[in-house]
Design a protein around this ligand. Structure first.
Ligand code: FMN
Length: 179
């Protein structure tokens, strides 16, 4: 079984990014387990003062999930031309501990606008570069006009988007295989 941790950058209960993760889980091969990380909002604000020695339990748990995953998928909205603070905060917690170093990753952004969250995507890619994660070109996707393309259960109504997601999954699995 290939174990992949998926992180939605949105805490919204009706998030389209979380729906995309559910869609990806439904489109993945049977030997792939995609687990949605649900603790993003519980992580404390990062500070070096509370890192190291005795980190919060939520941080220890997050780092363990990342360690155990063979790959990660991040699916994020754009807030004020960047990735949401909660997502950046979570990624900052991995800088000193290095769970994402060399880790195969897929980077997806989605927006109701035609831009597909391109600024959030760019900021996510910059951070993943800083963390030395492995993001293949085909593991990157920006989904424009997202409203109406997914239902809350993760069913995809737009065939082009569905095919794009399948390419992302295949590419991530390829990166994992080549590790
Ligand atoms: C505080 C805030 C800032 C936003 N800024 C942007 C933005 O800069 N670019 C954009 O495309 N959408 C922006 N949006 C709209 C989001 O793309 C939209 O709410 C989207 O549905 C969020 O994703 P979610 O459904 O996964 O929560 C913003 C929304 C909020 C609440």
């Amino acid at each position: 079984m290939i174990n992949i941790l998926a992180i939605s950058g949105s805490l919204k209960s009706t998030s389209s990014n979380t729906a995309i993760i559910k869609a990806i889980a439904g489109l993945s091969p049977a030997n792939v387990q995609i687990s949605l990380y649900e603790g993003l909002g519980d992580l404390p604000h990062f500070s070096p003062d509370i890192d190291g020695g005795k980190s919060a339990e939520s941080v220890v748990h997050f780092r363990k999930l990342l360690q155990e995953a063979q790959g990660i998928i991040i699916c994020t909205p754009e807030y004020a031309f960047g990735m949401p603070g909660v997502l950046k905060n979570a990624l900052d917690w991995t800088v000193s501990s290095g769970e994402l170093t060399g880790k195969p990753a897929a980077a997806i952004s989605a927006s109701p606008l035609y831009s597909g969250g391109e600024n959030a995507h760019a900021s996510l890619m910059l951070t993943l570069k800083a963390l030395s994660s492995k993001v293949a070109e085909k593991s990157q996707l920006q989904i424009p006009s997202v409203y109406g393309k997914f239902d809350p259960e993760g069913n995809v109504s737009d065939e082009k988007t569905k095919q794009s997601l399948i390419i992302v999954i295949d590419s991530l699995l390829q990166t994992i295989e080549n590790q």
